[in-house]
Design a protein around this ligand. Structure first.
Ligand code: NIG
Ligand code: FE
Length: 415
């Protein structure tokens, strides 16, 4: 059993607030406690308040706890990354160089590279090899203050490899401190063997992959994009997934406007991802339906595209979350701190909105707000202490990993 941890004299951003995805002004409310204090015990937040409050409550028990003097440093919930493709094989730095020479992301993919290249490397990798590669990435996530990560399959595009990716995530959920939330994404691309028979692939996915994947996954995601899956195919796949209890998510309007945001609202998706080219009508429909926009500014940067209109979406009443999109093609990063910086710089989100988007709203995008995303009594003791003294400073001193210490379920895992 771990000793309780007592963090004192912190600038606490608790993210405590109303239940459910936060919109508009609520995204700026971080539930701040100046000179805050928090007591972590048995994996959960046992008590939280001002240092004076906790002195009253625990003053006589100092000896039994590990006391951490925060010295005014910022303390936040562990970051939540609600959109990654973390369980993949191999790497694609050669394509990065090609893109810099002017070849587009979609041209590379349509020529059999891109997602197809990672598919081949993931099919070839043994389960243990995939575990090894994915574990290293999860270790790096923890060092960047991330304590919960969603992960998608989608580099198999045939039953066995899709299940292999989902099993890898299940094993890592059991053995790694990070919480991993599994999403099935068999509809990531149409594999070469189905070229010209795209609807047959959709049938195969619905009839054979979905029932088996639903045993291991919680969400069902589709790359709804020109030359990938049409809105009609995407809708079929997402509606079929619902029959197996899988909640829809959609990679929507990333490369061209394609009605993905509208479809997300229509099928009741929990979130729509990317949205670089989402239409105003689509954004409105999402606000009305309560669909969370999961925005991925590091992907826009890495693809040298203009980022999504985060500012306008928040002003329109959409709940915004942000994510790394960690994947080998369009965003090979694990840095949620950088993603928060980019949310401010590229999408004109406020520093407070960026922190809400990376914690509480991110947890909502993967149905984990009952245990993660905010520091409240009874929730998981997932806590980050940063080597800065305010949340503004965290977003302003950009491109640096300011993590000092990370606790996952009350146990120190980094720093
Ligand atoms: O979210 N857009 C589709 N899927 C990923 C990229 C996957 C890859 O390039 O391997 C994304 O950007
Ligand atoms: Fe993605």
């Amino acid at each position: 059993m771990n000793k309780p941890v007592w963090i004192k004299h912190a600038t606490l951003a608790t993210l405590k607030g109303a239940d459910g995805p936060r919109t508009k002004e609520a995204m700026n409310d971080l539930g701040l406690i100046e000179d805050g204090s928090i007591w972590l015990q048995d994996g959960i937040v046992q008590a939280i308040g001002t240092t004076a409050d906790l002195e009253n409550k625990f003053g006589t028990r100092t000896a039994e706890a590990e006391v951490v003097e925060a010295d005014g440093r910022l303390v936040t919930p562990g970051l939540v990354d609600p959109h990654t493709h973390v369980a993949y094989g191999g790497s694609r730095e050669g394509e990065f160089e090609k893109r810099l020479q002017g070849v587009s992301y979609m041209d590379i993919m349509n020529a059999g590279g891109g997602i197809h290249a990672t598919m081949r490397m993931t099919r070839e990798a043994t389960e243990d090899e995939l575990i090894r590669q994915t574990r290293r990435r999860l270790d790096a996530f923890l060092k960047h203050g991330v304590t919960t990560v969603e992960g998608k399959s989608g580099y198999g595009m045939e039953l066995e490899t899709e299940l292999k990716q989902l099993r890898v995530m299940k094993r890592l959920q059991e053995e790694h401190p990070i919480d991993l939330v599994p999403t099935f994404m068999g509809a990531h691309a149409v594999p070469a063997e189905y070229k010209g028979r795209e609807d047959e692939y959709v049938d195969y996915l619905i009839d054979e992959m979905l029932p088996a994947a639903a045993e291991l996954a919680e969400f069902n995601d589709v790359f709804c994009e020109k030359n990938v899956f049409t809105p009609e195919q995407s809708e079929r796949i997402l509606e079929a997934g619902k029959q197996y209890g899988l909640t829809p998510k959609i990679h929507a309007d990333e490369i061209v406007p394609y009605g993905g945001a509208e479809l997300a609202a229509k099928v009741g998706a929990i979130s729509a991802e990317h949205l670089l080219k989402a239409s105003d009508e689509g954004i409105e429909a999402m606000a009305e339906a309560g669909t969370i926009a999961c925005l991925l500014p590091a992907t826009a940067l890495f693809l040298r595209e203009e980022a999504a209109k985060g500012r306008d979406m928040i002003d329109a009443g959409v709940a915004v979350a942000i994510s790394t999109d960690c994947n080998p093609g369009s965003s090979p990063t694990v840095s949620m701190p950088l993603v928060m910086n980019l949310a401010c710089i590229l999408m004109r989100m406020t520093p407070a909105e960026a922190l809400t988007a990376a914690t509480y709203n991110a947890a909502c995008a993967i149905s984990r707000q009952d245990r993660a995303g905010s520091l409240e009594e009874g929730k998981q003791a997932d806590v980050v202490m940063w080597d800065v003294s305010s949340y503004q400073e965290l977003q302003y001193l950009f491109g640096v990993n300011h993590v000092k210490t990370v606790w996952k379920n009350g146990k120190r895992v980094a720093g």
